[in-house]
Structures are given as C-alpha cells and as structure tokens.
Design a protein around this ligand. Structure first.
Ligand code: AMP
Ligand code: MG
Length: 493
C-alpha cells in the first residue's frame, strides 16, 4: 500500500492562517461507508486510504504519512452579525492531494475533536448530521451541483452530548478549497492587507489559474467568484434546495456548496420556505438565497477592494460595484435559462419569465410538490392531455394547473424540436429522486436508534441516479405522508 500522495500548500501560507492541530483519537471507530468511486477519481485506490486500516485514519486515530493536520482560521457574518474569529472548531485539514486530472483537493476530517477554534464546543459531530451531509452532498454531486464531497464516514464508538446523548461520527470530506469568504474577512477585520494578498494569490493559483497573468488579477478574482456563486445559487433554486445557513463562513471561494447543516429540499412548493430551527428572521429562506448571495459577495468585495487600486480607493469601490452588479444580471440569466429548460423551452421568448412565475404561483397556492411537478411535466405530451392526471393530482385545485397548461402548450407550439427531444431534455434536468427530508430522517432514526444503516445505504444508492426512473423505487419519489413531514432542521452543532 502506498502512502497518500499529499502535496500540502495551505500550510506554507504561514502560521497566521491556521493552528496546527492533531485529531483527538476515538474509542472504537467503525466504518459506515467508504466512497470507492470518489477514491478512484482522486487516484487514491492504491493508497492506504483504500486499505482496511483506513478506518483508523478516518477516525483520526492514525495520522497518515505526509499529512500535516491543521485547523484553518476564518471569521464570518453569522445571521448578519460579525464574528472576527470562528475557524475550524470541529474540523481538521489533513492535507491536500492532486487528482489524476490535475485538480487539487483538500482532505478534511469533520468531528475529529477540539481545536484552538472550538470555543465552548466539543469539536465533535453527531451521527445524524454526518449521515445527512454524506447523503445530501453526494446527491448534489449526482444532480450536477458543485459541492464538497464525502469520502468516508465512521462512527466513533463514543457518545456526544447534544439535546441528549447521541452517537458520535466523523466525516472525511473533500473540497476544491475550504477557503471561505470568511477567511478573507478574518484578515480584513485585522487590517492585515499583506495576508489578504497572500490568500488571494493562493486562491488564484489554485482555483482560478487562468487569472495568473492577467492585468488585474484581484478584480478578476472577485468577478470569477461572483460568476460561480451566481451559477451555484441558481442551481439550488432550480432544485428547490434551501441551504439554510448561508453565513459568510459557509460560502466557498471555489463556488462549491459547503456546510450541510440545516439544509433541505422542499417538498410542497413555498416561495418563502425555511427549515432551519434557528433562522427566526427567515434570512435564509428559499426566496432570499439569491440576494443573500449578493450580500455575502459584497462582504468579499470589501476585503478585496484595497488590492484593486492601492492609490485610489474610490476607483476600487466603483470597480467592485460594477462587478457586483454583474451578479444580478448573471443570476437572473442563469435562473431564467434553467427554468426555461425545466419546462421544456429551448428557445427564449418574451413572456417566458411570466409563464414560469405563473407556474410557481399556482404551485404555491396548491402546495404542489416541487420535484414531482417538474418530473411529471417532463412526461406530458404537447397535443394530448390524457396523461395529465398524475400532475393534476399534485394540485389541490387541478383546474388551476389546467389553466396554466393551456398557456404552456400554446408556448410549446412555437418550439421546433420534436416531442421526444423536448421530453428527454426535460427529463435530463428534472430529477425523479432528491434527498427528501423525511427519507433522510428515517435513515438517521434507524441508524441512531437501532444501529441499522440499511436505510442510509438504500437511500444513498437511489440518489446515485437521480434523473432515471428506477424499478421498485417509487417510494423514494413520494412526498411525505402528513405524519412524516419534517418541519424543522437543525444545525447539528
Ligand atoms: P457551522 O454552523 O457549522 O458553520 O459552524 C460555525 C462555527 O462553529 C465554526 O467555527 C465551527 O467550527 C464551530 N462549531 C460548530 N460546531 C462545533 C462543535 N461541536 N465544536 C466546536 N466548534 C464547533
Ligand atoms: Mg460552517
């Protein structure tokens, strides 16, 4: 077995960026799941990561050769209030690897013990949130959404104290970078411009190498991050995904979905849906995600502006404002083209946005299931309404759907593609399976209460192919029964 080919770069940025920290060993770790496909993609199949001994590594009991464990420093706005020092309180970066396709990944343990940044926390993670993050982050990958990924999950054999004692677990996860908007804010709050420059240069080298030799790399960096976030958040919206805790420390500089705490996919469509138990002001409601994205990016811009034009702050601010403005146009463009595709429109016509908004309004009034509405819509015929029954049944007043469908079919008449092409294009982007809250909850309950991981494994399996109808898996397409509805989700800290 070869060692993991670590090539660590973050540690070279200097001691202001992290605190070296080893994981705290756990009592009796057991492997829940190892992501063989991901290990293969990362080129780790021949390494100790893929050996039976790897459970000890995933548990933090053994530090693999070449790892240089550390906890990263960062700050962040949480629900609008600024904390100058957050940092990895329950995560430890083991190091970085470069995959065979040349992409650098961070390898991190989450729930591996206290660090310098733990404050009052225990540095641990409960089994439930670890299973949730594993399921949802892997589902997001298969849905085509940029995200951090799960490489492995283990139980620790130790309990953690939350509302009650619950089993502890550790997730090994990877990201194209665990640097966040909050990492920049950490140095900005201290007025440490030199470190902001070091950080920006490292992000450019690693995540945006095309900017290295451009005339204005720092303005281009802001522009590139803005572009990725405008695309990412539009994707969330198109899947009915609610992140739930879009604090600036949970916004990745690489444009990946990060930090699966109270996140959830909507069942019944509700424009202002919130699941997080602590989001009292509905700051991170579904409908607010795009504008919160801009708010967070504005915080990033404030950190980067001093690098734009050191002699003329006003000019720098002007440039930043114009870049931030592109977020709005980019997001709207992404949202509209994505939603047009969801309802089978290949061309772009005046009135398409109104048609989409109308559908969403009718869905909201009727509490129609978000995922099933688009899934069934993908199966409808243009000229023949005899197959409309399934979708009509999702609406408490099916007549309202019928009215909308008349307008939709009229609009389809102006399209030139064949029915079959339209349907297959729609089916390729409207999922059949999403990680529904009640299914996640059932999987967690079975694991926590009965040490039974079968539901977790089954759900994970179904989510591997979200766009394809799978024989015998109808139950996973269904919204919750009234007694199964999950109304609140929790951060899991
Ligand atoms: P999060 O809500 O997961 O984004 O975490 C916000 C901050 O709280 C981060 O600095 C975390 O490292 C820290 N934190 C969350 N849970 C724990 C825990 N159990 N122990 C120590 N720190 C934690
Ligand atoms: Mg976080």
């Amino acid at each position: 077995m070869q060692p993991i080919p670590f090539k660590n770069s973050y540690i070279k940025l200097g001691g202001d960026f992290y605190v070296r920290t080893e994981p705290t060993p756990v009592h009796n770790p057991e492997l829940i799941k190892f992501n063989q496909d991901l290990a293969q993609q990362l080129g780790l199949i021949e390494t100790v990561i893929s050996s039976p001994k790897s459970t000890e590594i995933f548990a933090g009991n053994q530090i693999p050769e070449g790892a240089e464990p550390l906890a990263m420093a960062y700050a962040g706005h949480q629900f609008g209030g600024f904390s100058p020092q957050l940092g990895d309180g329950r995560a430890i970066l083991l190091g970085e690897i470069i995959s065979p396709d040349g992409i650098r990944y961070d390898l991190q343990l989450k729930g591996s013990g206290r660090t310098f940044y733990s404050r009052g926390g225990d540095g641990r993670a409960a089994l439930g949130p670890i299973l949730r993050e594993y399921l949802v982050s892997e589902a997001m990958t298969k849905l085509g959404v940029p995200t951090t990924r799960a490489l492995a999950a283990v139980t620790t054999g130790e309990d953690v104290a939350r509302m009650q004692l619950v089993p502890g677990a550790i997730l090994t996860r990877i990201a194209s970078s665990f640097i966040r908007v909050g990492t920049f804010q950490y140095f900005s709050a201290k007025g440490d411009l030199a470190s902001i420059k070091i950080l920006a240069d490292s992000v450019i080298t690693r995540n945006y190498p095309q900017l290295i030799n451009t005339d204005h790399p720092y303005t281009q960096l802001l522009q590139a991050v803005v572009k990725r976030q405008a695309s990412l958040i539009a994707q969330w919206m198109q899947l009915g995904f609610i992140h739930g805790v879009m604090n600036t420390d949970n916004m990745s500089i690489a444009g990946e979905t990060i930090d699966y705490g109270p996140c959830a996919f909507m069942d019944a469509y509700n424009h202002d849906q919130v699941f997080s138990s602590i989001d009292y002001q509905k700051r991170y409601a579904y409908s607010n995600q795009a504008s919160i994205g801009l708010w967070n990016l504005t915080r990033l811009a404030e950190c980067l502006v001093p690098l734009f034009n050191e002699n003329d702050m006003d000019k720098g601010v002007e440039v930043a404002e114009s870049i931030l403005h592109t977020y709005i146009t980019d997001y709207e463009k992404n949202w509209l083209s994505g939603m047009q595709a969801k309802i089978g429109l290949i061309e772009s016509h005046q009135g398409d946005k109104e048609l989409i908004d109308d559908l969403l309004d009718v869905m909201a009034i009727n509490k129609a299931d978000f995922t099933l509405t688009f899934h069934y819509l993908s199966q409808l015929k243009h000229k023949d309404t005899t197959q409309d029954e399934k979708i009509r049944a999702l609406f408490s007043d099916p007549n309202l759907f019928d009215h909308w469908a008349i307008k939709w079919r009229k609009r389809l008449s102006t399209e030139t593609v064949s029915e079959q092409t339209r349907q297959s294009k729609m089916q390729a982007i409207n999922p059949v399976y999403i990680p529904r809250n009640h299914q996640i909850e059932k999987a967690i309950r079975a694991a926590e209460d009965h040490d039974d991981f079968s539901l977790f494994h089954q759900l994970h399996q179904v989510l591997q192919n979200p766009y394809q109808i799978q024989q015998g898996k109808e139950a996973y397409t269904l919204p919750p029964e009234s007694n199964e509805i999950v109304r609140q989700t929790f951060c899991g800290t």
